[in-house]
Design a protein around this ligand. Structure first.
Ligand SMILES: Nc1nc2c(ncn2[C@@H]2O[C@H](COP(=O)(O)OP(=O)(O)O)[C@@H](O)[C@H]2O)c(=O)[nH]1
Ligand SMILES: [Mg+2]
Length: 320
């Protein structure tokens, strides 16, 4: 996951402490004017490098997959985050510049140079303090985004939808291996289940999203709606599960209405209507019927979903 390995972001205080204590150490290794010169250089380099690293460790948002972009934007304000990252980039350049500027002022006289070195340190500290809030914002964003579920936007993906208790989780459990991970979205209290299975050596992702695709849009809050919008970039097929028996507690017409709404919101993404609990009722017009409980027609439904995805792997030896 692209936001998983971002290192912790230092605070402005930590940055200044690190830079000035490294500078002091560098100064102690020398004497006279040389010590002042070395301290300035070290402080400026350490600050410039560390600030630069904060900014460059983030992926370039212009190239981030739209799924991740929208998902990230549901949790943090990506525009603000990018703004802060560019402020930090500015501070990195500025601390380098100040280092150069004060190098140019040095005279070779230890006392004069000590004064310049102190002035230089004060200017460096000012610049870092100026991006204090930006560093804090980036640090928070990093903490919020690193726990996003491990979803690979590039993998062919089946998104399971349908009202609660129709059998979505039962289906996902039945068709994926035990190593399913359940990841928490920061904006829903319910876990998001991401499972995997293979067909003809292609790895597919199957995503169960309780709290998001199990009720009408007007019952979702803004953040949840944005997460659904992010999912439109991820889904290659929707497997919409209905329960014709009514045992789930929701009338069939409401279930089919939700399907139609999702079909519209997901645009070109194919929607497969699957009637589960065929052991209880098949009284609905659907693309397929199954009973997860009785293991009836389950693998056929998965085949149909794979078919709907229609994934064509790029063949490395094509045309040779
Ligand atoms: N009779 C019957 N019950 C089922 C079937 N599939 C799932 N269930 C039951 O329906 C309930 C809800 O299933 P669950 O997978 O949690 O639904 P979800 O809320 O859509 O994820 C559970 O008690 C399941 O045991 C089925 O094919 N037939
Ligand atoms: Mg469930």
């Amino acid at each position: 996951m692209i936001f998983e390995h971002l290192p912790t972001t230092p605070t402005s205080e930590e940055l200044i402490d690190t830079a000035f204590s490294r500078a002091a150490r560098a100064g102690r290794a020398k004497s006279g004017a040389e010590a002042q010169q070395s301290m300035l250089q070290t402080a400026s380099n350490v600050l410039s490098d560390n600030l630069g690293n904060v900014a460059t460790e983030w992926p370039d948002f212009r190239e981030v997959d739209p799924f991740y972009y929208e998902l990230a934007d549901a949790i943090v304000d990506v525009d603000e985050l990018r703004q802060s990252l560019s402020e930090i980039q500015w501070a990195s350049r500025k601390t380098k510049e100040i280092g150069r500027e004060y190098q140019g002022k040095l005279t070779g006289d230890p006392d004069t140079d000590r004064k310049f070195r102190k002035q230089g340190f004060a200017r460096l500290a000012d610049v870092v303090e100026e991006v204090d809030e930006d560093l804090a914002r980036v640090g928070e964003a990093r903490n919020d985004l690193r726990d996003l579920p491990d979803i690979d936007a590039a993998e062919p993906t089946i998104v399971v939808a349908g009202y609660p208790n129709v059998g979505k989780s039962s289906f996902v459990n039945a068709v994926t291996n035990a190593s399913n991970e359940i990841a928490e979205y920061p904006f829903t209290t319910k876990g998001v289940r991401v499972g995997h299975f293979e067909r003809e050596r292609i790895r597919y992702q199957i995503v169960d999203t309780p709290g998001l695709l199990d009720r009408p849009a007007d019952e979702r809050n803004d953040i949840e709606n944005q997460a659904v919008s992010a999912l439109t970039h991820l889904a290659d097929a929707i497997l919409f599960v209905v329960d014709a028996s009514g045992y789930c507690g929701y009338p069939l017409d409401a279930q089919l209405q939700l399907r139609d709404d999702l079909a519209e919101q997901f645009g070109d993404v194919p929607v497969l209507t699957v009637a589960n609990k065929s052991d209880l009722s098949t009284d609905v017009d659907a693309d397929a019927y199954m009973s997860v409980e009785n293991d009836e027609n389950v693998s056929e439904v998965l085949d149909a979903a794979v078919e709907a995805v229609g994934y064509e792997p790029e063949l490395p030896f094509d045309g040779e």
